[in-house]
Design a protein around this ligand. Structure first.
Ligand SMILES: Cc1ncc(COP(=O)(O)O)c(C=O)c1O
Length: 392
């Protein structure tokens, strides 16, 4: 078999969820599992969290149905709501929690609820507090919420917003978004759901009734490196995905020899090059620059030459024991315990960890690891798995 595998540590995922609860102890946490759980495999991740997550959040009904059909029972939130009328009957009758961000969604939902008098729904009204992506203008939110709360088919209304700069220390935009949404929440007296990962970890005033951690669950530190809490969060989170492969060939090159497509790298001195079974056809970023870090048998080495579709090349001159069969960690935790952070690799690719993780293609087999069986962990002191919130 081709040696490339994405190892998924489900104990680390559970640990990271627990960290979200530890940082926001008075809030319930909906685990964001959209985009195939940020590339980690949504079903395995959902089931690993099923005994503790108060809710799970996905991007669309199809992602939600995949979880429901696999036996997930906690509330499932559709972060962009429904996209067309054809989804509404399922949203209502199967009890999905829908975000509402436009008037047509509100009108369509209230209209369709007439067909289903025996069903009551939970909705999240999204306020655009300043990010200017989805949501109602703050001055519209009161009217929308009153409309929904007065309808007998609406059981619970949450107030929601999303922050644009929660990862950045002292962001004026974050302060302004927080002011806007907390003022609204006070006026409307609704449960609030505002905080993504960086806000969950570093902005206590954003936590309220629900938090929505995503990338932190997968062990990625969501704070900018100059954030005062960055070091603490690095210690608190554990990487979930380890992308691992092997060296499949070794070249001994003299000085002045090119490596790979475009001859981007030309050796300056005699160089040993390892060829690794992993490329952009697997989702590894082709933008990886010369010097992008990589672990070979747990030791740091550097990419030399362009990433090609199924392979990449690494300078192993400084690791004389490395040879065909040597273990290569593209990111994550090597079996020796050495860690190469996906965020560090992302910087070398001029991107962010989110794109690297979500970019790993189905061609790469995921292998799931879970040492702590759910039963062994069921003495977890966190109280509220499966809680459904307080009706408004
Ligand atoms: C609406 C919404 N909530 C929460 C999240 C989770 O954000 P993060 O992964 O930064 O925690 C996202 C992610 O994009 C989102 O779009």
């Amino acid at each position: 078999m081709r040696p490339l595998t994405a190892h998924i540590d489900l104990d680390a995922l559970r640990h990271n969820y627990r960290q979200a609860r530890r940082y926001a102890p008075d809030a319930r946490a909906m685990a964001v599992l959209k985009a195939n759980a940020y590339g980690h495999g949504s079903l395995a991740c959902a089931h690993a969290l099923a005994d503790r997550a108060s809710a799970m959040a996905v991007a669309c009904l199809e992602e939600g149905q995949a979880l429901r059909n696999s036996g997930i029972q906690c509330p499932i939130v559709l972060l962009e709501g429904f996209f067309e009328l054809g989804e509404l009957d399922t949203v209502i009758t199967d009890g999905y929690w829908s975000v509402l961000h436009t008037r047509w969604q509100v009108e369509a939902l209230l209209d369709r609820l007439e067909r289903w008098p025996q069903h009551r729904v939970t909705v999240l009204v999204k306020c655009d507090s300043g990010m200017h992506r989805l949501g109602f203008a703050p001055e519209e939110v009161g009217e929308i919420c009153r409309l929904l709360r007065s309808h007998p088919g609406v059981e619970q209304t949450l107030l929601m917003t999303h922050f644009a700069t929660a990862d950045t220390p002292d962001s004026p935009l974050l302060t302004s978004q927080l002011d806007t949404i907390t003022t609204l929440q006070r006026q409307l007296d609704l449960p609030g759901c505002f905080a993504n990962s960086p806000a969950t970890l570093s902005v206590p005033a954003s936590r309220h009734d629900w938090v929505r951690p995503g990338v932190m669950l997968y062990g990625v530190n969501p704070l900018e490196p100059d954030h005062a809490l960055h070091g603490e969060i690095d210690q608190a989170l554990k990487p979930v995905m380890t992308l691992e492969s092997r060296i499949i060939a070794v070249r001994e090159l003299a000085a002045g020899e090119p490596i790979g497509y475009g001859a981007r790298h030309v050796t300056r001195h005699p160089t040993r090059v390892g060829v690794v079974a992993c490329g952009y056809g697997d989702g590894y970023d082709r933008h990886a620059r010369e010097g992008t870090p990589i672990l070979v048998d747990g030791q740091r080495a550097a990419i030399a030459g362009r990433v090609s579709m199924d392979m990449l090349t690494v300078d192993i001159t400084g690791i004389p024991d490395a040879d065909i069969g040597s273990r290569v960690t593209l990111w994550g935790r090597d079996v020796s315990g050495a860690v190469l952070n996906v965020s560090e690799v992302a910087q070398w690719c001029d991107t962010i960890a989110y794109t690297l993780l979500t970019g790993i293609l189905p061609r790469v087999p995921r292998q799931y690891h879970q040492v702590g069986a759910p039963d062994a962990l069921s003495d977890d002191p966190l109280p509220d798995a499966g809680a459904t919130g307080t009706p408004s």
